[in-house]
Ligand binder design. Structure first.
Ligand SMILES: CC(C)(COP(=O)(O)OP(=O)(O)OC[C@H]1O[C@@H](n2cnc3c(N)ncnc32)[C@H](O)[C@@H]1OP(=O)(O)O)[C@@H](O)C(=O)NCCC(=O)NCCS
Length: 441
């Protein structure tokens, strides 16, 4: 099976090499879900050996640069640029990442500053070479685990790049500059990251060649605030009651993740993610700590459940992680309604619960999905988000095992909010949302 129809029309297919060429072997199509026909390493080294020059820009006022997120002025410029411009036209609300959140997303261990790619435009009439940020895209390294079917054989760990935060200033849209940003980030990835074999990308608008799509669902946590800003109509008493959480306080075995938990937590989550067709893998404790250790700015919240002590020691029986991100109405070209600041939206990242293994399940280390315990740990996360993080709503995608939460925890679909997933330099069959473990933003 090849990924969706019309793939040849995908404007960003150049990323990491055009995956439409090469043999379409029907036997491989039947038997191999993740194709290896392109030998990505060979293709990449061919491209590398030619050391292509930077992508040409259509006029001399535009030039390539990078953003240094550790530099206060750069960080502020990127924050201002994305907070005004990032978000597709088809969505009602868009993410407004904070300065700290941007620095966190862009700088996992192993990040390359050269992949924080800026497009700048000289300010006409200025004598001092002044310029402004007019475009941005980032390449963020991660390791992805691929397997042909859930729980089939061993997964393959693929050094990958998540391409994210693609954005152009509105005045320069529709001129073909978006594909140039993609080509330049591709060139940099190929030139600077010899190990990278594939890339992933998501959009909220459908483009040709998606391999998966996933829906957002939400749970209101602060109904008066959501009604005030127009997110939802005023519910009647029965509806308001319907949204009440099954319990109002945390279980005593639940606590925030600490540095001492990192190794055990990484092992637990890597084992669970390896069971999905496309999961995430954390190569080191340092990387895991970056992604999960709760941060004072609220960017990352991770909570764990401890099992009852055995031989006096606790063991980690579950983990849940989410981020709280300001959500603002999509107001490009329009006046923002005066609704008292952004919505604080929690976004679920990863969740795993280690349930006792039924006798018939495969091998030691297999994480057995357990819907009831998942509902329990999500209830804890909803309570933390509401009471400690002051979040107004909690969003999940229907990836991982999350569809099993929708009914018991009364999640609603977010209207017209779909995430489309694309993979470059690998041919994959179309995946269903529950076959995806990795959280892509
Ligand atoms: C996404 C964006 C950079 C596209 O840049 P652009 O140069 O204006 O794109 P154009 O309108 O010239 O279209 C060029 C191609 O890019 C494609 N494109 C549209 N949205 C895209 C997206 N989100 N990602 C990648 N390519 C996209 C178009 O399909 C078009 O292909 P076509 O010519 O075959 O139809 C720009 O619209 C933007 O900044 N939007 C706001 C931020 C945003 O939505 N970012 C993506 C979040 S998912």
């Amino acid at each position: 099976m090849q990924s969706g129809p019309g793939i040849e029309n995908n404007p960003i297919l150049a990323l990491l090499g055009d995956s439409t060429d090469g043999p379409d072997d029907p036997v491989e199509q039947t038997h191999s879900i993740f194709w290896r026909v392109h030998d990505p390493i060979e293709r990449c080294s061919q491209i590398r050996s030619t050391a292509p020059p930077p992508v040409d820009l259509p006029n001399s006022d535009l030039f390539w640069a990078t953003i240094d997120v550790n530099n206060t002025a750069d960080n502020e410029e990127l924050y201002q640029f994305l907070s005004k411009n990032y978000g597709a036209d088809n969505v009602q609300y868009r993410l407004c990442y904070t300065r700290d959140h941007l620095a966190w997303i862009l700088q996992p261990p192993g990040y390359l500053p050269a992949l924080h790619l800026a497009l700048r435009q000289k300010i006409s009439g200025s004598s001092d070479q002044a310029s402004q940020l007019v475009g941005f895209v980032a390449g963020i390294p991660c390791t992805i685990s691929l397997r042909e079917a859930p729980n089939s054989n061993e997964p393959e760990l693929v050094p990958s790049m998540e391409v994210n935060l693609l954005c152009l200033t509105p005045a320069l849209r529709g001129l073909g500059l978006g594909p140039l940003l993609i080509r330049e980030i591709t060139r940099r990835i190929l030139t600077l990251c010899p190990r990278t074999q594939m890339a992933v990308y998501t959009t909220s608008v459908p483009l040709p060649g998606e391999v998966a799509r996933s829906r957002y669902y939400y749970q209101p946590l602060n109904i008066p605030r959501l009604v005030e800003c127009g997110w939802m109509p005023t519910p009647d008493a029965a509806e308001a009651d319907y949204y009440r959480l099954p319990r109002s306080s945390l279980r005593p075995t639940v606590r925030r993740l600490s540095v001492a938990d990192i190794s055990e937590a990484r092992s637990l989550l890597n084992r669970q993610q390896a069971q999905f067709c496309m999961g995430r893998h954390w190569d080191s404790d340092i990387e895991f700590q970056h992604c999960f250790l709760p941060r004072p700015d609220g960017t990352v919240e991770t909570w764990i459940i401890e099992s009852p002590p055995e031989d006096g020691t606790h063991h980690l029986a579950g983990l849940i992680s989410f981020s709280v991100i300001p959500f603002v109405p999509q107001t490009l070209g329009r006046e923002a309604p005066s609704t008292g600041g952004p919505i604080r939206a929690a976004f679920a990242n990863y969740a795993v619960v280690d349930c006792p293994r039924p006798a018939e399940t495969p091998g030691e280390g297999h994480i057995h999905p357990c819907p009831q315990r998942l509902v329990e740990i999500y209830t804890d996360a909803l309570i933390v988000a509401r009471d400690l993080c002051n979040a107004h709503l909690f969003n999940i995608l229907d990836t991982q095992h999350c569809i099993e939460l929708v009914e018991p925890l009364h999640f609603n679909p977010v209207m017209a909010a779909t995430m489309h997933v694309y993979i470059y330099n690998r041919k994959v069959r179309n995946l269903t949302a529950p076959e995806i473990g990795i959280v892509l933003s």
